[in-house]
Design a protein. Structure first.
Length: 408
């Protein structure tokens, strides 16, 4: 802003001072007055015409060149008639900024030639030895003006590079803002999808399986006589009530994204033992639990996934296999923990996963998806009439050994 004010008002001030001095000191002739007054008026109007060019960072090349050439011509006319216009001649240096790139040097060289003329006292003194003195003054003026111009040009180029860099940075920021908004939207959508999938899996593992167990217990109750089998009826009704309470508690935990009940107060081996014992009572199928290797504390998400895998495998064994016995084995090795659920039931063809009647529907799909999220794998080995083995393997992430109470 300060540079713009200097470039705008200093030339008018220099022109005014030069004109006043020229009128006071100069010869009193009509031609002199006409040239001095007319040239000053023309210069003032030309300065006004070029004001917009001086303010532009990159003015049109042709217009700017024409403006500067005419300005030098007016300066030359005024200086030739009165060296006192050398005060106004400094405008040539100021307004050389309109010229593009290195052509500023040519403009400042022309201005330097006029300034050397005023320093000589006028063109009438440039003869004989005065020519050498003029050349010396011209060289000094060109060197000084050239250095200043090159410095200004370098600074302008630096500012231009900074402006271009800022513009590119602004574009990148705007682009990044758009990408950020897109990523936020995608993350929000992914979060919603993940939460839906989580709730779907939790509902399947808790409410659906609990309701299935309750229905089975009530179906068993219907087969007993009211009087002769009263104890059996009460037993199965008690199991149904227990399942209902457990399912309600697990449903609340699922909504609140809490760990399954058995894992809330115990480590995975104890939780699996409790789960298997509860399932065995409800399903009426003999089941046992074995722990192999030195048990270690696992990350909470790994324990939840393995617990849900055992829950799903036991539920499938109770609903589809017609098994008489089920074995749950949790094996700890140096680099992996493996959960095996083996039954001696009817088995099925693992390659036929089109339906869910044999337990290959949503439950196993959700199990496989959960294991994949923590870097684990699911393996199903089964043949019709030869039982089923479901194996879930997860890389061992824990390091701290822990005591394990083994029950079967």
């Amino acid at each position: 802003m300060e540079a713009e004010k200097v470039q705008r008002w200093v030339p008018y001030a220099g022109l005014t001072i030069s004109l006043v001095l020229a009128l006071i000191i100069g010869p009193r002739t009509a031609v002199y007055y006409a040239v001095v007054l007319g040239g000053s008026a023309a210069a003032a109007l030309w300065l006004r015409r070029g004001a917009s060019l001086v303010r532009q960072p990159e003015p049109p090349v042709v217009r700017a060149t024409v403006y500067y050439v005419v300005l030098l011509a007016l300066l030359a006319i005024l200086i030739l008639f009165s060296p006192l216009f050398g005060i106004f001649g400094f405008t040539g240096y100021l307004h050389s900024v309109v010229l593009p790139g290195r052509t500023k040097l040519a403009g400042t060289a022309g201005t330097a030639a006029l300034m050397a003329t005023t320093q000589m006292g006028g063109i009438g003194y440039i003869h004989g030895f005065g020519v050498y003195l003029y050349l010396i003054l011209l060289t000094v003026n060109v060197l000084i003006a050239g250095v200043m111009t090159l410095s200004g040009t370098a600074e302008d180029e630096h500012r231009r590079e900074l402006a271009e860099a800022n513009a590119r940075l602004q574009e990148m920021l705007e682009e990044n803002a758009g990408l950020h908004a897109q990523l936020v939207a995608q993350a929000r959508e992914a979060g919603v999808l993940d939460e839906r999938q989580r709730l779907a899996g939790e509902i399947h593992d808790t409410i659906a399986q609990g309701l299935t167990g309750i229905v089975r217990q009530l179906e068993v109750v219907e087969r007993f006589d009211d009087h002769a089998d009263a104890d059996k009826r009460r037993h199965h009704l008690a199991l149904a009530r227990e399942l209902a309470r457990e399912s309600l508690a697990e449903a609340r935990r699922s909504v609140q994204a809490m760990r399954p009940g058995p894992l809330a107060a115990a480590q995975l081996p104890e939780a699996l033992t409790e789960l298997t014992a509860s399932w065995s009572r409800t399903a009426g199928i003999e089941a046992r639990v074995e722990i192999s290797g030195d048990a270690v504390a696992l990350a909470p998400d790994i324990e939840v996934v393995l617990f849900r895998a055992a829950q799903e495998a036991l539920a499938n064994a109770g609903k589809y296999s017609g098994a008489g016995r089920v074995a749950v084995t949790l094996s700890y090795t140096s680099d992996v923990v493996v959960l095996d659920v083996v039954d001696d039931g009817a088995g099925f063809d693992p390659g036929n996963t089109a339906g869910s009647a044999n337990g290959t529907g949503y439950g196993l799909t959700a199990m496989r998806s959960r294991l994949r999220q923590i870097g684990g794998t699911l393996t199903i080995e089964s043949e019709p009439g030869d039982g089923t083995t479901i194996s879930a393997a997860v890389p061992l992430a824990a390091t701290a050994p822990m005591p394990v109470a083994i029950a079967s």
